[in-house]
Design a binder for this molecule. Structure first.
Ligand code: PMP
Ligand code: GLN
Length: 389
């Protein structure tokens, strides 16, 4: 069959590839962003009770009412926002679907979308399928800060959307108030929408707070914010998240969402609502919970040969090895999985076109024994380096 691919340059995601390789090699898996601990027991019990009750038919399309209300209450607590759950919040099957549907609902043919490199992998294919064009703006090492002058120079009449991601995967940087103010100034009186990927919103460290798009009154009017319960409740396998946007944007978003997914698994939604009502402390304790792991990994790698890029958020730590070897990070990540039994993610896959980089991303949402063993092996990295190609 003569098949013309709509995504000719897209392969299987690096997360799938590395997670599979880690399993095959029985390697310690610091690659895909998944915790190796369970969701809270009270949450599992609440979901189990919902499955056993009378909640096993379709949820309403926007989301189960108790969950919409629990999310609205949480946003009120955090940002003093009074949102209409029916008009401004939509429960989605993970952040991935929310991002995909938002892009497909709002980006038209030949519209331009600004994405910051390195960027999470699901943005560009969604823009391409929508008929839009991605404009890449680099975040420069070692700070990986946004160069707003570069953004200004990239904006033109076709610019439809800017995608931001804070805390940022894979670098661990977080946006500051000044970043949001500059973004507001650049988009003022324009047709540009802001899509804000905030799945790591509770993983912000060193006493800083997460600056959500929703905390900025001007950006909130032209923005869509995406969250993931998978990340905040250590339940990535459940694939439940939500999108918050003003009514007019929500209405457009739902036109696509209703035919992509329609509604999200109802018993899980009800269990999540119960847990969020009963255990608000879970969310407030998350920064300290993950900061302890970040600090632990940094301490374990501290005297070793890898250079750590400071991580202010997410559950990822980036390390640089260019002073040790010129081998490409894709080759090194594969080699380390086989030879050292530690799986990581090469940074270059977050760049387009895939650029040669010398960085690895390590996920520290792991138990202490795994972090200790992985760090010991990574500290011996010089034994494992292949010859540079
Ligand atoms: N955005 C970023 C930056 C991510 O790292 C991930 C991975 N979880 C997602 C979106 C997708 O989240 P979900 O699993 O809820 O679809
Ligand atoms: N977000 C996860 C990561 O960055 C991967 C999710 C996935 O495998 N699609 O590791």
């Amino acid at each position: 069959m003569n098949l013309t691919s709509k995504l000719p340059n897209t392969g299987t995601t690096i997360f799938t590839t590395m997670a599979r390789m880690a399993r095959e090699c029985e390697a310690l898996n610091l690659s895909q962003g998944v915790p190796d601990f369970d969701p809270p027991a009270a949450l599992v019990r609440a979901v189990q009770a919902s499955f056993a009750g009378a909640a096993n038919q379709y949820a309403p399309m926007p989301g189960a009412q108790p969950l919409l209300e629990a999310v609205a209450d949480n946003l009120h607590r955090r940002f003093a926002l009074r949102l209409d759950p029916q008009e401004e919040i939509t429960v989605t099957p993970g952040a991935t679907e929310a991002l995909f549907c938002a892009i497909n609902a709002l980006v038209g043919r030949d519209d331009e979308v600004i994405v910051f490199d390195p960027a999470y992998d699901c943005y560009e294919p969604a823009v391409t399928l929508a008929g839009g064009v991605v404009r890449h703006v680099p975040l420069a090492a070692p700070e990986f800060a946004v160069d707003w002058d570069h953004v200004r120079a990239t904006i033109n009449a076709r610019t439809r959307m800017i995608i931001i991601n804070s805390p940022h995967n894979p670098t661990g940087t977080v946006l500051a108030q000044d970043d949001l103010n500059q973004l507001a100034e650049l988009t003022r009186d324009s047709r540009i929408l802001v899509l804000s990927d905030e799945v790591y919103e509770y993983m912000v460290y060193d006493g800083r707070s997460h600056l959500s798009l929703l905390s900025h009154p001007e950006l909130r009017e032209r923005g869509l914010a995406v969250s993931s319960f998978g990340k905040t409740l250590h339940a990535t396998g459940w694939k439940v998240g939500y999108l918050v946007a003003p009514p007019a944007l929500t209405a457009e978003f739902r036109k696509v969402h209703q035919f992509c997914q329609f509604s999200v698994i109802n018993p899980v939604q009800l269990g999540l609502a119960q847990f969020l009502r009963d255990h608000p402390e879970h969310l407030t304790e998350l920064p300290a919970f993950f900061q302890a792991r970040r600090d632990r990994l940094a301490e374990l790698l501290g005297d070793g040969p890898l250079r750590l890029i400071p991580s202010s958020g997410t559950y990822f730590q980036m390390v640089d090895y260019r002073h040790l070897s010129g081998v490409s990070d894709v080759e090194l990540a594969e080699h380390l999985t086989r030879a050292a039994g530690v799986a990581t993610i090469p940074i270059s896959v977050f760049y387009a076109p895939e650029a040669r980089q010398h960085g690895l991303r390590l996920c520290f949402a792991k138990d202490d024994a795994t972090l200790i063993e992985a760090a010991q092996r990574l500290n011996r990295i010089e034994q494992y380096l292949p010859d540079a190609a």
